[in-house]
Design a protein around this ligand. Structure first.
Ligand code: AKB
Length: 312
């Protein structure tokens, strides 16, 4: 059975659905610190900082794979640096420790484009090197990647990871991230509201449509172990755009949509990240290939959200 931590979040809710479809609803145990409507047939409250409880659940449900999504993201992390470090690192170490003690077959760990930092002044983030993050979240992801590699080399834990860009989907809203504007903008557009954008107009960040992100995670986790040659984390890329570009893409469909720029501290975080990342190793090693570009994503996001808001 598969255990997902942080399953009530933006990625967790969609991943739980995808894993249920692939492996069967009775093969997925979702966990989170609070109950969620999309929790599914098997759900347990779990604060992953509690390693004893995690171990109990792994034994009780005969868990063979863990997808560890619970984490505090970049913007929220800057408001609570020490708790963010404790939560992000403590939970990962509990997962890796339990995996090594119980013979879990595979672990998935999402890293992030936040591992890069402004000192490196990058346009294209490379697969290796140049990891000088300026946020606590980014520091925790760099350290987390190294711990994954360590547990693979020293204890044989088959842990796999991708550095996720901003993920955009029409389901559960993201919370506490720097890239969240790229989801919120679509909600404002379909509701006919003026969007206040906290990122400056030309600031590009790497982004990805949720369906592509799901394919990447499932493809990585399904690949033969010998093909996973990088055990820190793989860069995966799809599209990269600025607020001005996503605004223009939405205006092609909704010409009356309006936006005002009010950059805040999140703009500084965005500026510390590269515009794009080099994902050639993921393409070579396990065949990664994105499908959606900005206009294709805009179309599906606007279609899907228009239906959701009509129902509400
Ligand atoms: C964030 O903005 O913090 C996340 C991320 C890029 O990891 N979406």
């Amino acid at each position: 059975m598969i255990l997902i931590t942080g399953a009530g979040g933006q990625i967790g809710t969609v991943l739980a659905k995808a894993l249920r479809k692939k492996h069967g609803a009775d093969q997925v145990l979702t966990t989170d610190i609070r109950h969620n409507d999309l929790a599914g047939q098997f759900f347990e409250i779990l604060d992953v900082t509690d390693g004893v409880r995690l171990l109990e659940l792994v034994k009780e449900y005969n868990i063979t794979q863990i997808y560890h999504l619970a984490s505090i993201l970049s913007a929220k992390g800057e408001k609570h640096p020490i708790p963010t470090w404790e939560i992000n690192m403590g939970t990962l170490l509990n997962v890796l420790e339990v995996a090594s003690k119980t013979g879990i077959e595979k672990v998935f760990y999402p890293s992030s484009i936040a591992i890069y930092g402004s000192e490196t002044n990058l346009t294209l983030g490379p697969q290796f090197g140049a990891q000088l993050p300026t946020t606590v979240y980014g520091i925790s992801k760099v350290a987390g990647e190294l711990w994954c590699d360590y547990y693979f080399k020293h204890f044989g834990v088959d842990v796999r990871s991708v550095r996720l860009p901003g993920i955009i989907g029409s389901g559960t809203l993201p919370g506490g991230g720097t890239t969240d504007y790229a989801v919120e903008i679509y909600h404002s557009a379909v509701q006919g509201k003026v969007f206040e954008c906290y990122i400056s107009e030309d600031e590009k960040m790497p982004m990805m449509y949720m369906k592509d992100a799901m394919r990447a995670i499932l493809q990585l986790m399904g690949a033969p172990s010998k093909d996973i040659k990088i055990r820190q984390s793989y860069n995966i890329a799809s599209m990269s755009f600025s607020p001005k570009e996503i605004y223009a893409s939405i205006k092609k469909v909704l010409p009356d949509f309006e936006l005002v720029y009010k950059p805040d501290f999140r703009d500084r975080i965005a500026k510390s990240w590269p515009d794009e990342i080099d994902d050639s190793r993921a393409r070579e090693d396990w065949g990664w290939q994105p499908k959606y570009d900005l206009d294709a994503m805009t179309k599906v996001m606007l279609d899907s959200l228009s239906k959701q808001y009509l129902i509400k």
